[in-house]
Structures are given as structure tokens and as C-alpha cells.
Design a protein around this ligand. Structure first.
Ligand code: URA
Ligand code: SF4
Length: 203
């Protein structure tokens, strides 16, 4: 399996789907290879395509504000997308584009091994919750083996619909609690008695 930087070289040169034809820059994703938290958005937009970096527009600014709420900075988390090249007019990605691009995200997840993945787009959510609605499951963390996935609304949705801003903030504020619970689970000795109901796992 290639390292992240090798993966970036592959993505920037990729021509596996037609989105390669309209892009200025592919946007592989960015962040530390050992990040505990990974955001997965949808696809690059106008600004991301220009700069080759994820979430550099208005939605990205809100993402930075969310991180600040829990005392974190963008440099401490990994930020990626399901699709690495901008679809024309920001249209939804097509199934064949999703299939073509999937191995890159698979490898990113495999290499980074985040503790918590925050899906911040419908297409990222579909990977773990194919039949669910964001309005029903946002903010509810779910465990998949060692990984916890927290579905959230897309930050851009809050820019169009101000009432979602508070929802995103409240959902995001659960992240430290999730990380703490994961750390506690790890430390728990095997023979420890079952916790009482009020301390039951949040997952
Ligand atoms: N929206 C996304 O889903 N991803 C980006 O990188 C920017 C905006
Ligand atoms: Fe390759 Fe993904 Fe870009 Fe399509 S969207 S050209 S599969 S990197």
C-alpha cells in the first residue's frame, strides 16, 4: 500500500473518470497521517478546484469554527472528500465516478486509521448508513469495529439554513466525549464488572 504522499501523486494524475477532464486541480485531501479525526465531505467545489485543497471556501471557514469549539485546529485533523475532482456546476457525483474514486478514500482510511470519522456529506454517509436519513441519525455515533462514525450535516447546509448551524455545533461538540469514551474502553481491564446502566456506552 502506498504512503499518503504517493497516493496524492496518483490522485493528482488520475484519469480514471471523466471528472479529470474538467478539473483545474484534483483535491486528494490533507492532514496528518496519524490524525484521530477524519472529515469526509462530498467533492471539491470552485475554490477547492482552484487551490487543490479541501474546504477552503465558506463551508471550510465554518469547519474551522466548529473545530475551534472543541479547541482544535484544522492542522490536527484529516480532511478529505468522497470524490477528488470537481463535478461540473457542483452536480452530484455519478455512481461510476464514485466507483472509480472509491479506492483512494479506502486507502486513505486504511493508512490514517482514524478513531472517529465525521461524515459531512450524503455521499460519505451512504458508505456506512446506506438506508438512513441524515435528519434521523445526525449526531449519533456508531461503532464499526474499532472505528466510530459520526454522521453530521454538511457545513454548507448551515450557510443556507441558519437553524442548522446550532445542530451542527451540538453534534460536533460530542467529538471529545467520543474520543474519551474510546480511550476509556481501551483502558478497561478484562475482568472489570459491567458498568451500571447510566454509564452505558454511547455507541
Ligand atoms: N464541500 C465539500 O464537500 N468538499 C469540499 O472540499 C468543499 C466543499
Ligand atoms: Fe480519478 Fe477520482 Fe478524479 Fe475521477 S474523481 S479522475 S477517479 S481522482
Amino acid at each position: 500500500m502506498p504512503e499518503l504522499t504517493e497516493l496524492y501523486v496518483q490522485v493528482r494524475a488520475c484519469k480514471k473518470c471523466d471528472l479529470s477532464k474538467g478539473r483545474t486541480n484534483a483535491v486528494p485531501g490533507e492532514g496528518p497521517a496519524n490524525a484521530e479525526i477524519m472529515f469526509i465531505g462530498e467533492a471539491p467545489g470552485f475554490h477547492e478546484d482552484r487551490e487543490g485543497r479541501p474546504f477552503v471556501g465558506a463551508a471550510g471557514k465554518f469547519l474551522d469554527e466548529l473545530l475551534a469549539l472543541i479547541g482544535m485546529q484544522r492542522e490536527q485533523v484529516y480532511i478529505g472528500n468522497v470524490i477528488k475532482c470537481r463535478p461540473p456546476q457542483n452536480r452530484d457525483p455519478l455512481p461510476e465516478e464514485m466507483d472509480a474514486c472509491k479506492p483512494y478514500l479506502d486507502q486513505q482510511i486504511e493508512l490514517i486509521k482514524p478513531k472517529v470519522i465525521l461524515t459531512i456529506s450524503r455521499f460519505a454517509m451512504m458508505r456506512w448508513f446506506p438506508d438512513k436519513k441524515i435528519s434521523e441519525i445526525h449526531g449519533k455515533p456508531k461503532k464499526f469495529g474499532d472505528l466510530v462514525v459520526l454522521p453530521m450535516y454538511h457545513p454548507a447546509a448551515a450557510l443556507h439554513q441558519p437553524s442548522l448551524r446550532r445542530v451542527l455545533e451540538e453534534d460536533f461538540k460530542r467529538v471529545p466525549q467520543i474520543l474519551k469514551e474510546l480511550a476509556d474502553l481501551k483502558e478497561e481491564p478484562e475482568e472489570k464488572p459491567q458498568p451500571p446502566p447510566q454509564q452505558m456506552s454511547m455507541f
